[in-house]
Design a protein around this ligand. Structure first.
Ligand SMILES: C[S@@+](CC[C@H](N)C(=O)[O-])C[C@H]1O[C@@H](n2cnc3c(N)ncnc32)[C@H](O)[C@@H]1O
Length: 243
């Protein structure tokens, strides 16, 4: 098994694919897909993947990775960001859009979601992963950064200043409100990496079977709101609400 963190994040991608259905190759848009770890694995499963990212270096790595994996014909890299998605991706051409680890960094999360919505086909799904705020507060407190923890605990996504506060961290209700405002019907966010970021790697990497048992524990609690509230990541799947 790969490191637990990687396995959890990949499983979130597979959950998104399964929610999109039907079986068969999907047109996937990976917004902020970076160096293409997910894109190349998805292409290996037969899907056609477009990665949109503003980093030329990341896209160069993506190209190399895709070629090495023999899936260069199913992976396209586009140098752009969420603000010019509408010009770079054909409207209504995407079955599944991944927005993993991106709404923390964009200037306007609501606008980013509306741009993604414009690319989706009828019945298409957007999969959103964001960093959880309570887990980030906990991490700062455990590291002895009590002022940082207090500042983050009192922050809200609506008034976030990326330059001063760093990447945005969310609570579930903020993510749900953003998706609803962009016209999506979303599943309740589930927790990703509730424990994995807290357990020392020496524990999981030395004890036989520990990775598998930690992974099973993560899957066990992921749909519990009590646990997702303190998870490092929040994952939600959403469809355009056409009512
Ligand atoms: C934390 S990484 C996440 C990478 C990948 N999606 C994952 O889940 O591992 C954030 C990525 O978002 C990209 N990014 C930053 N601002 C963006 C924007 N406005 N639009 C699209 N991508 C952006 C960065 O270049 C980077 O590749």
């Amino acid at each position: 098994m790969r490191p637990v963190r990687q396995e959890i994040m990949w499983q979130a991608v597979l959950d998104a694919v399964a929610a999109t259905g039907p079986e068969g190759p999907l047109d996937v848009l990976d917004v902020g897909g970076g160096t293409g770890g997910d894109a190349v694995r998805l292409a290996g499963l037969g899907h056609r993947v477009t990665v949109v990212d503003p980093s030329p270096d990341a896209l160069a790595s993506l190209g190399r990775r895709a070629a090495e994996a023999g899936v260069g014909d199913r992976v396209v890299g586009v140098l752009a960001d969420t603000s010019d998605l509408g010009e770079q991706v054909s409207p209504r051409s995407v079955d599944l859009a991944l927005l993993h680890g991106v709404l923390e960094h964009v200037d306007h999360p609501g606008e980013a979601l509306r741009s993604v919505a414009g690319t989706l086909r009828d019945g298409g799904v957007v999969s959103v992963v964001v960093a959880g705020r309570p887990a980030a507060v906990l991490a700062r407190a455990l590291a002895g950064d009590f002022d940082g923890a207090a500042a983050l605990a009192g922050a809200v996504v609506e008034d976030w200043d990326l330059k001063v506060q760093g990447p945005r961290r969310y609570v579930a209700a903020e993510l749900e409100a953003l998706l609803a405002a962009a016209g999506f019907s979303a599943s309740a966010p589930v927790g990703l990496r509730t424990f994995a970021d807290l357990v020392p790697s020496a524990v999981v990497d030395t004890e036989p079977g520990a990775r598998e048992r930690l992974y099973a524990l993560e899957r066990l609690v992921r749909t519990s709101r009590d646990f997702s509230a303190v998870s490092a990541g929040l994952h939600t799947l959403a469809r355009l609400d056409l009512r």
